[in-house]
Design a protein around this ligand. Structure first.
Ligand SMILES: [Cu+2]
Length: 135
């Protein structure tokens, strides 16, 4: 009986942890037959899905980015010109395509730079993610 209780407590406690792990799984981009890595990203209040994207260096990328319906404006921003990644685009429910070719490896943060006065920025509320460029 004691074992059952311990197991039950363990399962209840580990459940949120497992969910958290699932959310932070990296999306690893595949290279399509035309040589382009295509990734879809969706913005919502206040997060991006996926929030961790792995791409290959020196291979062209097309990000297709949209936001869920809602009145709050959002954008997607990543300013790292030395890596070949440099954009800031307003988002709507119609996907936009952002094209670039990463020329450096490393991890670079993308985020929504919206902020209204006297409130936390969208980035502080969780609207950020990581583009990881690998060999
Ligand atoms: Cu936003």
């Amino acid at each position: 009986m004691k074992k059952v209780i311990v197991l039950a407590i363990f399962m209840v406690m580990s459940f949120p942890y497992v969910q958290l792990m699932a959310q932070t799984d990296a999306y690893i981009a595949k290279v399509d037959s035309d040589g382009i890595q295509r990734v879809q990203i969706t913005a919502r209040e206040y997060s991006f899905t996926p929030d961790h994207v792995v791409i290959r260096v020196n291979v062209p990328v097309e990000l297709s980015v949209k936001k869920e319906a809602g009145f709050v404006p959002h954008n997607i921003t990543l300013n790292a010109p030395e890596t070949g990644i440099n954009f800031s685009e307003s988002l709507s429910t119609e996907p936009i395509i952002i094209k670039f070719t990463p020329v450096k490896t490393g991890s670079f943060a993308f985020f929504c730079n919206k902020k209204i006065p006297f409130s936390k920025s969208h980035r502080e509320k969780g609207m950020e993610g990581l583009i990881e460029v690998r060999e």
